[in-house]
Design a protein around this ligand. Sequence first.
Ligand SMILES: Cc1cc2nc3c(=O)[nH]c(=O)nc-3n(C[C@H](O)[C@H](O)[C@H](O)COP(=O)(O)OP(=O)(O)OC[C@H]3O[C@@H](n4cnc5c(N)ncnc54)[C@H](O)[C@@H]3O)c2cc1C
Length: 481
Amino acid sequence: MEHMSQTIEFLKPRSSVLDNRAKIIADLTDLLPPECLIHETRELVPFETDAFVSYRRLPLAVALPQTTAQVSALLKYCHRYGIPVVPRGAGTSLSGGAIPQEDALVIGLSKMNRIIEMDLFNRTATVQAGVTNLSISEVASPEGFFYAPDPSSQLACTIGGNIGMNSGGAHCLKYGVTTNNLLGVKMVLVDGTVLELGGKHLDASGYDLLGLVCGSEGQLGIVTEATVRLLAKPEGARPVLFGFETSDEAGACVADIIGSGIIPVAIEFMDKPAIEICEAFAKAGYPLDVGALLIVEVEGSENEMDAMLADIVAIARQHGVKTVRECQSAMEAAAIWKGRKSAFGATGRIADYICMDGTVPLSQLSHVLQQTGEIVASLGLRVANVFHAGDGNMHPLILFNANDPDEAARAEEAGNRILRLCVDAGGCLTGEHGVGIEKRDLMRHQYSDADLDQQMAVRSAFDEDWILNPSKVFPLDGRPA
Ligand SMILES: Cc1cc2nc3c(=O)[nH]c(=O)nc-3n(C[C@H](O)[C@H](O)[C@H](O)COP(=O)(O)OP(=O)(O)OC[C@H]3O[C@@H](n4cnc5c(N)ncnc54)[C@H](O)[C@@H]3O)c2cc1C
């Protein structure tokens, strides 16, 4: 489907690069084996966008290096000739983080997909950046371990991309997001220098550069290897469905569960449209006679789970819960999570959508949900809400028809208003999907000039000429001359 919405600008492509494309491609063939370089137009098409499909640009070329040394050689070359570089994992970014521009070399990490070491004694895994998120848990599972951050895209998305966006997921309420589970990286700086940060040990002395790199959206360097924490699998885990008459009741219940000091593994929220969309797709057994649903997962021994659930049920009753359904089997639990994790794909079957990612204090959840509904309705559109409620990380999916330019513009306007609402409610623009190009022009709504200047100074310290993932994160007019 052709997507028409085009209000976000990219930096003007550098003529010094476009005019020398043939020479650049010839040079790149000296740095890589032939199967690792893509430059024919039809083969570049899969790289022109990511999961933020409203925008697309064909890149100059795509390099798919197999080693850190090749990444280093590529960056050294691009740095020398001022060629913009866009790092790419699986291209599942929902904020346009991996969308290239016409003068950019995309450096994709998909060929660097080897698990280097599972160190079960130290409970760490060291993997190349192109390894998918889920495959770490798949390999660790028979030994009784798992890697906690679980984005719904975990079948496809890469550890490099997770680090780029500091990704989260349903189970991050208890275990934290990528930055809380990342111990070390090998990365290549813009001039080709290879740097190792952190390691198997818990913390590092000096400035927390690892923390800085996690969530830096490919602008401080290219990660080629990562060491992550493995956790022992819990004795048991049980998702429970709580159905409410209204979103308001469900939102207030979430705030009270967390406010009471209980931290389940996950609290996920779905409103009525989301329940219907997910149930039609996954046949997960969600109740269809409720206005909002919480999936609350507890884990531990049977006794621990029973005790925690009793407390949660008591809170839910205070908020008029209509249905409480404990899952009875591993198969039922898998179906419940399949329904939740396929929410975006299931929505994509019925309409185009853009997914917002604002995060708010839990006390604001009900208010922001209600205002979100009003904003979307006032622009003549529909919304489905499905999100990580325990973290206050909201995902309104604004439904629209991308072939209708007016509708697409209204969807974008709704998204902007909702993100401003989240910031005004004491929250922030993004909980886990990153700024990318999608939220770049709203950064001034969240940050003061002094704050943004300081962030940009950090970026400049790593990449003076701003060739790494340009056009992203910072407003185009904010860039230092
Ligand atoms: C259906 C669906 C569900 C999703 N669910 C979730 C969810 O639950 N939680 C969540 O957090 N996100 C979710 N996402 C968003 C997305 O999957 C994450 O942002 C993911 O981490 C991106 O990984 P990727 O490998 O696709 O990276 P890409 O999209 O290719 O890149 C993401 C960013 O990281 C940078 N980057 C990529 N690789 C590297 C590297 N090796 N070194 C440095 N920078 C790099 C890129 O330049 C870009 O800025 C979802 C997306 C989809 C489509």
